[in-house]
Design a protein around this ligand. Structure first.
Ligand SMILES: Nc1nc2c(c(=O)[nH]1)N[C@H]1C(S)=C(S)[C@@H](COP(=O)(O)O)O[C@H]1N2
Ligand SMILES: [Mo]
Length: 227
């Protein structure tokens, strides 16, 4: 997954030289709920389990370089992430007596109140990380510290920042997506230009692109209050 900068970008993307803080500004204004240094898991075993961030260090550390694609149309090329494979974390948690089929929906909840979902199968891909470092430095608050998801084959809105809780559900029944469905595709694969639902990706490019600069400027001025 080493992205060469001279390879063409996926359809409708434009490269930026800097990696901006991006996202839904409503969430950038919210204080980060404390997780006491733990990542919670629900629906994996019988109850709620949590893993101390320090316990992750028992797993192999993985470093991966990949392009980061926001559905609004910007790409930051060759970000180098470091952390743990989602699937290593997952398999360390799932007990042997659990059914071995790896289906279901994962809902990811964040310290700022943001949430998103992906099929478990997509998260078990080898390039999906729970990252704590970006470009050789600890993950900053702007980019989702202390822990964020990185799912390079999917648009940025699936790469949840400030991870708090990972929930396994049988399917999407009863799950209410946070973003309007127009902006939230269940899989959001970049290669298929799944920017959102109802409208084709190539059309959504033109709706989303004007939001890029104002969103970046707004996030630069916002100060997150302390809890
Ligand atoms: N917790 C949280 N995660 C989030 C968001 C957010 O607002 N809150 N925004 C998403 C969107 S739309 C994008 S493009 C990326 C931006 O990541 P960056 O700020 O590191 O560029 O984070 C995603 N994950
Ligand atoms: Mo995004």
């Amino acid at each position: 997954m080493n992205a060469a900068k001279d390879l063409p970008l996926p359809p409708g993307q434009r490269a930026r030289t800097e990696f901006p803080q991006f996202g839904v500004s409503e969430f950038a204004r919210r204080p980060l709920r404390s997780t006491n240094g733990r990542l919670e898991f629900a629906g994996v075993t019988d109850g709620l389990v949590s893993l101390g961030i320090d316990e992750l260090t028992a797993l192999p550390r993985v470093t991966l370089t990949a392009d980061f694609h926001c559905a609004a149309g910007w790409t930051y090329r060759s970000a180098t992430w470091s952390g743990y494979r989602f699937r290593d974390v997952w398999r360390a948690l799932v007990r042997n007596d659990q059914p071995s089929d790896e289906r279901g929906l994962i809902v990811i909840r964040c310290q700022d109140g943001y949430r998103t979902s992906l099929p478990l199968e997509d998260l078990l891909a080898p390039e999906v990380l729970i990252a704590d470092r970006l470009n050789d430095a600890p993950l900053s608050n702007a980019h989702g510290g202390p822990l964020r998801l990185v799912a390079p084959a999917h648009y940025g809105y699936k790469s949840a920042k400030h991870l708090a809780r990972i929930e396994l559900r049988a399917d999407a029944r009863g799950y209410r997506p946070l973003l309007p469905r127009l902006l939230d595709h269940p899989r959001a694969r970049v290669a298929l230009e799944e920017r959102g639902q109802f409208l084709p990706g190539w059309l959504l490019r033109y709706l989303f692109r004007p939001l890029i600069e104002p969103t970046i400027r707004k996030l630069q001025t916002l100060q997150r209050p302390r809890e």
